[in-house]
Design a protein around this ligand. Structure first.
Ligand code: DGL
Length: 277
């Protein structure tokens, strides 16, 4: 499993959420080629066990590597929290040719220090991400003075995956979780949207968030961090092809994916292919 081929940058998520990261990355780095993979058939990952999330994520990363990607971004907090470290430590060495897998948690945490004034930060994420304690761990390394309060939002990914993100029913689930986190720590002034699906719900989230509390979607920080990474790593930069294209892969029906993804990307998609993992 080696070979110094060049390839597109792989972007992986359990479903549609990673499109919010892809959109920002393509804004910052439009010259590269991308392959987006959504494991829509098996989303949501959030409530699943460590073993299952790790095994699904590894399958996705290997599928992207087999398509020539040298660099894969886990545009999914749940996969970043539950699978990234194990893949980096146990699986990447098998490929042994300088391939890399990066996540979304570290770039988000790096940005938080400059955003909060009260040093009380809230995390809204999937049960998997909250249960993993990954945000606490990363925050402790960088900003020991920040107090983190986390609330799992088990329904929110499903609202996006099943096209209910805009429905009146979504309001109930969103309001409930925002009220819970603000009740748990009224000093919170910064709310991390620690799931890449959540920016797709941002209008409703903003509607129930108290004035003065800042919402932090991740796309911008992940994109800037990737730009810095590529600027620093010349070999990787040279191994990523530059044609400005994007191919989309889904484990579900390709027409459904194209129709839904185009709402989120605000433009029609070409090159959608269904694959098995
Ligand atoms: N977008 C994924 C995340 O950032 C959602 C995970 C899921 O499928 O539950 O966590």
């Amino acid at each position: 499993m080696s070979g110094a081929c060049k390839g597109s940058i792989g972007i992986f998520d359990s479903g549609y959420g990673g499109l919010t990261i892809l959109r920002q990355i393509r804004q910052y780095l439009p010259e590269y080629d991308y392959v987006y993979l959504g494991d829509n058939a098996r989303a949501p990952y959030g409530p699943r066990s460590f073993e299952v999330i790790y095994s699904y994520t590894l399958q996705a990363v290997e599928a992207l590597f087999n398509r020539g990607c040298r660099l894969v971004i886990l545009a999914c907090n749940t996969a970043s929290a539950k699978a990234l470290r194990t893949i980096q430590e146990n699986d990447l060495p098998r490929w042994d040719d300088g391939r890399r897998v990066l996540g979304v948690i570290r770039p988000t945490v790096e940005a938080i220090g400059a955003l909060t004034h009260t040093r009380h930060v809230g995390l809204l994420a999937t049960p998997g991400t909250v249960g993993s304690g990954s945000y606490e761990m990363e925050l402790r390394k960088l900003y020991g003075d920040i107090v983190l309060t986390s609330v799992a939002c088990p329904m929110w990914v499903a609202l996006v995956e099943y096209g209910e993100y805009d429905s009146p029913g979504a309001d109930y689930f969103i309001q409930k979780r925002i009220e819970t986190i603000m009740r748990k720590d009224p000093e919170v002034d910064t709310l991390i949207l620690g799931c890449t699906h959540f920016p797709l719900l941002i209008e409703k989230i903003a509607k129930y968030t108290p004035t003065g509390v800042r919402l932090v979607p991740q796309g911008d920080y992940v994109a800037k961090s990737l730009a810095r990474y590529l600027a620093k790593h010349e070999a990787m930069r040279n191994n990523c092809t530059k044609g400005g294209t994007c191919t989309y892969l889904t484990t579900e029906n390709s027409e459904t994916f194209a129709a839904t993804a185009q709402i989120f990307l605000r433009k029609p998609l070409e090159n959608v292919e269904k694959i098995e993992l």
